[in-house]
Design a protein. Structure first.
Lengths: 233, 166
């Protein structure tokens, strides 16, 4: 059995190129792309590394929906025609490779690390910092983020406003604000509670529905909004 | 070149551009229900805002149109109002009001959903994600309210159809 793989190419101008790929059991979209690159056209540009949904490199639009190519089996798409495109909301470098500079700058801007007032204790701890399981549950899922950019690509507000931090950065802000060890709330609130900040989210929820790691950024953002509105942590 | 010399960044080798801005912003195809509600909320918000603007201009005619700060004589006001009513006696404007009825009702009820979500109601509690992943914020209650908003909006449109064309 064969499938038709339609790949978005960026040179000389954006167009689609069709490849016929022999289908194998358990084949992922990334496997199909690698087959095309190895056997049919060496010039296809794509980014991938771990092939097991850990590194977050192979994010792309598969049949119109942001997905990790390595984490998407062809059989689950229920179609013999597969169309792969670069992620939305990012500048295209070439073919399926997009520029994540903007995405990472938003991520960095929310101070994605623990901030403590007692810096000495943080650098040279003399005792454990104990957390109850329910305290861990508040932020645990957000710490699973692999920064693949699928949520950023799916967010309609990011499409309309470049200065909006996006679901990934806001969910990371919530991850650290919800952490009982953190004391940098005000520092992050100053970054996200701006004219182009958290109030721009209108709870489309696409970020949560496309996340390959089961993270719920939309929920984190709403909880963060609750904090900015009522200071309830 | 000495190592202390200041390096200049290499020129960009690609033309930075974003793919299909309008499509990724407004078009909800192959997305979750909340994304459809997002688009409807934006479209209805713009529609209702434009309606309010037109409504202010329309009722402004009663008190003298552009010179609304001066209260006109009764006859002039009556004449203005009759002219406006005659102008609006048009099936196209009636159809517009039916659409506004739909948009306004959807915007109100979906807006209430968003309002309560912002305070953390109806979005579930954070927990460890287990496969198969199902985001807790995209739950049955949220879907139910979106559908309910759409049904109520459709009922409002039917009511408006009956009033204006019945």
């Amino acid at each position: 059995m064969e499938i038709s793989l339609s790949v978005s190419r960026s040179t000389p101008k954006r167009h689609f190129e069709e490849f016929t790929i022999p289908l194998q059991k358990g084949m992922t979209v990334l496997d199909a792309l690698i087959y095309a690159k190895e056997n049919l056209d060496h010039s296809i540009a794509m980014r991938y590394s771990c092939r097991m949904a850990v590194c977050g490199s192979c994010g792309m639009k598969v049949n119109g929906r942001p997905m990790l190519a390595c984490y998407t089996q062809i059989s689950e798409l229920k179609s013999n025609r597969i169309k792969v495109e670069p992620l939305d909301n990012c500048a295209i470098i070439r073919d399926l490779v997009t520029d994540f500079a903007e995405f990472f700058s938003h991520h960095k801007s929310v101070h994605p690390y623990l901030i403590r007032n007692d810096v000495k204790e943080q650098d040279n701890p003399v005792k454990e910092f104990l957390q109850k399981p329910e305290e861990v549950e508040k932020y645990l899922q957000y710490s699973y983020c692999i920064k693949c950019g699928l949520c950023y690509s799916a967010c309609p507000t990011v499409a309309a406003d470049k200065e909006f931090p996006g679901p990934q950065a806001l969910a990371q802000a919530y991850r650290y604000i919800a952490d009982s060890r953190d004391e940098g709330i005000q520092k992050r609130i100053d970054v996200i509670d701006t004219a182009h900040g958290i109030a721009r989210c209108h709870f489309a929820g696409t970020c949560s529905s496309v996340c390959p790691k089961g993270i719920d950024p939309a929920q984190g953002i709403q909880l963060l909004r609750r904090y900015t509105l009522s200071l309830k942590r | 070149m000495s190592s202390s010399a200041k390096r200049t960044p290499p020129p960009p080798v690609y033309k930075a551009r974003r793919a299909s801005l309008l499509r990724s912003w407004l078009w909800p195809a192959r997305s979750n229900l909340g994304r459809w509600a997002y688009t409807m909320q934006r479209v209805s918000g713009v529609g209702v805002s434009l309606y309010f603007l037109a409504h202010i201009i329309e009722t402004g005619n009663v008190v003298g149109g552009l010179s609304m700060w001066s209260v006109p004589a009764y006859d002039i006001a009556k004449n203005n109002w009759n002219n406006t009513v005659d102008f609006l006696k048009n099936p196209l404007f009636d159809l517009g009001l039916v659409i506004i009825g739909f948009l306004l009702t959807f915007h109100t009820f979906n807006g209430l959903r968003l309002f309560f979500s912002e305070f953390g109601y109806g979005i579930g509690k954070p927990a460890r994600p287990d496969y198969p992943y199902k985001p807790k914020s995209q739950n049955t209650l949220q879907d139910l309210i979106i559908w309910l908003s759409a049904i109520l909006a459709a009922l409002a449109a039917v009511y408006a159809l009956n009033v204006l064309f019945g």
